[in-house]
Design a binder for this molecule. Structure first.
Ligand code: ZN
Length: 236
């Protein structure tokens, strides 16, 4: 099992960790700051630094078979540190921060566009969400303006955990969520953007919407009769 440090602090760039396993899929650590691909957000890249000064470049991070298992995928041909070795795990922070900004921006998009989200993807500098909007035509400029207003207003972004009992005791929470939480999981991680959006999410986010910076809707595509794909990108 890996301790997932990014869950409580998405701003951690590195951590000390110990090798607990290594196979053809990749490297497992006892704790990590590397986010594994999931929820539309790509896995982190970065490096593992050894005490000797040697480095193992990490080109991707994915989930393993067990819950909370994280596989750090080394660049082909790189050395494999032995199990038990202490290393420093360090992500490519500039890239991760862009992914955090875009991921948080997609939460805002959920609040601006009416209709259920049917898919999405967080990219480096760009992102997209698919919405089920029967018959409606979406106004690109209005969506851009609505998004940039929420960004500039500087809403606090707060992750918190909630258990099934609290969810049951507070049905109003579920009613305000744009995505319904999985039932029977015992514990759900919620992401709240103060006054704007509340939904279950395990990804990494910025702490305030102002960090996202200006964005623009680049394209709205028709993907099927009811499906609209909204593409956006950072400005500049
Ligand atoms: Zn999220």
């Amino acid at each position: 099992m890996t301790e997932l440090l990014f869950r409580d602090d998405g701003y951690l760039r590195s951590c000390a960790a110990r090798m607990i396993g290594s196979d053809e899929r990749g490297i497992r650590l006892d704790r990590t700051v590397f986010y594994p691909t999931g929820g539309g957000q790509p896995g982190d890249t970065g490096r593992l630094r050894l005490a000797s000064g040697a480095e193992v470049p990490i080109v991707d991070t994915v989930k393993g078979d067990a819950p909370d298992e994280v596989i750090h995928v080394p660049a082909p041909g790189s050395m494999q540190p032995a199990v038990g070795v202490e290393i420093i795990a360090e992500i490519d922070w500039e890239r991760r921060y862009r992914l955090m900004r875009m991921h948080t921006c997609l939460h805002l998009l959920c609040a601006v566009v009416p209709g259920a989200v049917t898919g999405g993807s967080v990219g480096d500098g760009r992102g997209r969400l698919d919405f089920d909007v029967p018959g409606a035509s979406l106004d690109k400029d209005a969506i851009s303006a609505g998004l940039n207003k929420l960004i500039a207003e500087g809403h606090a972004v707060v992750p918190r955990w909630i258990d099934d009992a609290e969810l049951e005791a507070r049905p109003e929470l579920v009613r305000t969520m744009s995505v319904k939480p999985p039932v029977g999981a015992g514990k759900v991680r919620l992401l709240e953007i103060d006054g704007v959006d509340l939904q279950p999410c395990g990804g990494t986010h910025v702490q305030n919407t102002a960090e996202i910076g200006p964005v623009e809707i680049t394209k709205i595509e028709n993907k099927g009769r009811q499906n609209r794909r909204i593409n956006l990108a950072f400005v500049g």
